[in-house]
Design a protein around this ligand. Structure first.
Ligand code: AP5
Length: 190
């Protein structure tokens, strides 16, 4: 299966994708994690990415698309992939559709995690990752509303969007996701 997790910063995309990875046994591709790894390798690309991320801005589409196109060509992605934090712009969503169409493996589900901004900001400030300070969090939300919310409309208009109540414990949210994914997986196999 190919599943996109989309949602504002702190909505639980990484937490839920990790659990679903274990449930389905397929690859978890977090563009945020890959970009943090690239930063750590000290390359020019890593330094460029670090500047965008530290400022709470999205890194350019081209950089992210290069990462994704390379990763999904790996043999372990044949069985499926969980896209976490990608796509984040309509251009990325269209490019993903094209990449998957070329392989004859379209997206099965787009899961949108939804919960109020105040709760999300509280979670991020408690976590305290490098980009979890008040100014950067505000900027990440601004980019989410400007650039990523239109991606929800893109998928909604194509009948692929499933809204998930992201409030509750990680286990409660995962139970909601599992119900939807297992139903889709059943119809996918039949
Ligand atoms: P990324 O790493 O994707 O960050 P994000 O979208 O801001 O998401 P987070 O990792 O903050 O939150 P999450 O939704 O994964 O929640 P999590 O499970 O971690 O991207 C970072 C940066 O990389 C971007 O700002 C951008 O610069 C760049 N980037 C990445 N992808 C890009 C792309 N496609 N295009 C361009 N740029 C890109 O949970 C958050 C916290 O809440 C954790 O502490 C967790 O333990 C806790 N938590 C989770 N679920 C629950 C729950 N149910 N109850 C209580 N606490 C919970």
């Amino acid at each position: 299966m190919r599943i996109v997790f989309i949602g504002p910063p702190g909505s639980g995309k990484g937490t839920q994708a990790q659990q679903l990875k274990e449930h389905l046994g397929i690859v978890h591709l977090s563009t945020g994690e890959v970009l943090r790894d690239v930063q750590r390798d000290g390359s020019d690309l890593g330094r460029q990415a670090a500047q965008y991320m530290a400022a709470g801005k999205l890194v350019p589409d081209e950089m992210v698309l290069n990462i994704v196109v390379e990763r999904i060509a790996q043999p372990d992605c044949v069985a499926g992939c969980l896209f976490d934090g990608f796509p984040r712009t309509v251009a990325q969503a269209k490019a993903l559709d094209e990449m998957l169409a070329e392989r004859g493996t379209p997206l099965d589900l787009v899961l949108s995690l939804e919960l109020p901004e105040e709760k999300l900001k509280g979670r991020l400030l408690r976590r305290g990752r490098g980009d979890d300070n008040q100014a950067t969090i505000d900027e990440r939300f601004r980019h989410y509303y400007d650039l990523t919310e239109p991606v929800l409309d893109y998928y909604r208009s194509r009948g692929r969007l499933c809204s998930i109540d992201g409030d509750g414990t990680a286990e409660e949210v995962f139970a909601r996701i599992r119900t939807i994914v297992d139903a889709a997986n059943g119809s996918h196999r039949s």
